[in-house]
Design a protein around this ligand. Structure first.
Ligand code: HEC
Ligand code: HEC
Length: 455
């Protein structure tokens, strides 16, 4: 029997091979990694491999923060302005003397320069910077809040921070004409807080049998929910302000933009020490394992073994107790006051599991603006960046996480010159481009007509 198909003639083969070569060339041209490195060959530092170039590109630029569907006013300018005022307002605190800005001082990188925060009383952890907080998924060192707005509710009532009271804060908004106006234009009418039999001056749930907590228990559920609604809206406004505190233009970003765009002048303007520091950071230092991506944070929790302030055995359980807290928080993303209770942010709560490994883990901080936020670590244990790098170099004094802990860190044994370089790199992550209006208290408007004295 004869074959139905004959072997094609040579000319057909030539055509087929030509088509294959053409397709292959398209495929390789579209492989992004290949494309990225090829274009930068001309301006990249001579000793850099394609891989080092790709790593630099992976850390910049920082895109705008992801939207937060649990907070429908997250990106509303009017809400940011209200939040800006609240952030600097000491009248929300128990003693009329503490505001968010007491511990999150703009000139100190939105931290406070002290190892431990000090508000109405002393904190047990270091005041975290607010720079780029909007990029995180979990908030606080232990991740016990899952949104910026629910985070803000903690310090308002924490007896260590503002020591305030949600019902008193609602009264304060209602009795301050400019607050009332801003609030109602964003969220609609306030509840009728003048009804003194329903809304006592102070009422909040807490674990003690204080007068305020007794008053809270005596309120109807609907009235409690109304107060919680105001409280949450305050948190959402503060979050809208915090979302403006974004640092994305640093010497490092200009260097990477130069690499990306083939701009030799921009690449050469980057100090050689910082460039060598990046080589360690992204190379044998393995820092990028946790300080990952454009915000230099993987958003996850790790145990670096840093000893507690004052030495001794670590007592702070970190993520281990943060997990049950966030799962049980009535203000979490899946709760009644979330604007997207069935969305992705709420969904991630379903995936967190507490394990023995979570004991003593803390969230990886972003390294953007790190040079202006000393001291460092969750208790401000380390006063300078140089000493942080020295810690990673020797791991001296590190407390082992035990056999349940992850073991990601090995002493790097850096030379003094390498330590200098790594510090120079970290210093090159400082931003210079934020709108200065967010860095100081808002100017009071003569038309505010706010005469109510602080509580
Ligand atoms: C007494 C000092 C103090 C005051 C006042 C204070 N904070 Fe904090 N802040 C801290 C400390 C300490 C932490 C870390 C606490 C922890 O992890 O347990 C923190 C953490 C945070 C975080 C988490 C940042 C992140 O990346 O996860 C945000 C956001 C924040 N504070 C905002 C605020 C706001 C808003 C206010 C005012 C309503 C406020 N803080 C008042 C000390 C303070
Ligand atoms: C295993 C993950 C991991 C690796 C690897 C890692 N870090 Fe960290 N880094 C963290 C965590 C977690 C913290 C906070 C620890 C704490 O407070 O207990 C931190 C804190 C820091 C801080 C202090 C930031 C602040 O705001 O307090 C700096 C600076 C820093 N790391 C730089 C580096 C450098 C440089 C390297 C590489 C030599 C590196 N890190 C490697 C996880 C890591």
């Amino acid at each position: 029997m004869k074959h139905r198909y004959r072997i094609p003639p040579t000319t057909t083969w030539v055509v087929l091979v030509a088509i294959a070569v053409f397709l292959l060339s398209i495929a390789t041209r579209e492989a992004p990694a290949r494309d990225e490195s090829r274009d930068h060959d001309s301006v990249a530092p001579a000793e850099w491999s394609d891989r080092m170039v790709r790593r630099a590109l992976s850390h910049s630029p920082l895109p705008p923060p992801a939207t937060d569907p649990t907070n429908r006013i997250a990106d509303d300018m009017q809400a940011a302005e209200l939040g800006h005022r609240l952030f600097f307002d000491t009248s929300l605190s128990a003693n009329g003397a503490v505001s968010c800005a007491t511990c999150h001082v703009p000139e100190l990188g939105f931290s406070d320069g002290k190892p431990l925060g000090r508000g109405v009383a002393d904190s047990v952890r270091h005041s975290m910077t607010l720079w780029n907080a909007a990029y995180q998924r979990w908030f606080f060192w232990d991740g016990r809040a899952d949104s910026l707005w629910s985070q803000a509710l903690g310090p308002l009532e924490s007896p260590l921070e503002l020591g305030g009271d949600r019902t008193a804060i609602a009264h304060r908004i209602a009795s301050t004409p400019s607050y009332r106006m801003a609030y109602e234009s964003l969220f609609g009418e306030l509840p009728d807080l003048d009804a003194a039999d329903r809304f006592p001056p102070e009422a909040r749930p807490d674990a003690t049998d204080s007068e305020a907590s007794t008053a809270w228990s005596a309120m109807s559920e609907a009235d409690r929910r109304a107060i919680d609604g105001v409280f949450v809206n305050i948190g959402k406004s503060v979050a809208a302000y915090e979302r403006r505190l974004v640092s994305r233009e640093s010497a490092f970003d200009r260097f990477v933009a130069g690499l990306r765009g083939g701009d030799r002048e921009a690449v050469d303007a980057y100090p050689a020490a910082a460039r060598r520091g990046f080589e360690i950071f992204a190379g044998r230092g393995n820092c990028r394992l946790c300080h990952f991506g454009p915000n230099f944070s993987d958003g996850e929790f790790h145990n670096t073994g840093i000893a507690p302030l004052g030495g001794g055995v670590p007592r702070d359980s970190g993520r281990y107790d943060g997990i049950p807290f966030v799962l049980g928080d009535p203000f979490n993303a899946a709760g009644l006051h979330s604007d997207d209770p069935a969305g992705d942010v709420a969904g991630k709560l379903g995936f967190v599991r507490r394990s023995t490994e979570s004991w003593g883990q803390f969230r990886t901080p972003s390294l953007r603006n790190v040079a202006i936020t000393a001291p460092y670590m969750h208790q401000g244990q380390i006063p300078t960046l140089r000493e942080v790098v020295r810690f990673y170099s020797t791991l001296e004094g590190a407390v082992s996480a035990g056999h349940h802990g992850e073991k990601l860190l090995e002493p790097l044994n850096l030379t003094e010159a390498e330590i200098d370089d790594l510090v120079a790199f970290l210093e090159s992550l400082t931003d210079t481009a934020i709108d200065p209006k967010w860095l100081s208290p808002p100017a009071a408007k003569a038309s505010d007509g706010d005469s109510a004295p602080p509580r």
